[in-house]
Design a protein around this ligand. Structure first.
Ligand SMILES: [Zn+2]
Ligand SMILES: [Zn+2]
Length: 66
């Protein structure tokens, strides 16, 4: 799979991820990785937060930041 943003620039890069919002493939240069805290464990147990990640393309990352 190739990066959609690179394709729009008439170049080709191998994708390293897929945008969480629009499903576009993104290369290392265009991938925007967000840290996302995730709560796990039961309601009665001690809260345990882990950090997961979300990959987005530049367009969706920009749209979210606006
Ligand atoms: Zn790219
Ligand atoms: Zn996207």
């Amino acid at each position: 799979m190739h990066c959609l943003d690179c394709r729009e620039r008439a170049t080709t890069s191998t994708a390293v991820g897929v945008c969480h919002d629009c499903g576009a493939a993104v290369c290392e240069t265009h991938a925007r990785v967000d840290a996302r805290p995730v709560r796990r464990g039961t309601v009665l147990g001690a809260p345990d937060e882990a950090v997961a990640r979300t990959v987005r393309c530049p367009k969706c990352a920009e749209a979210r930041a606006a």
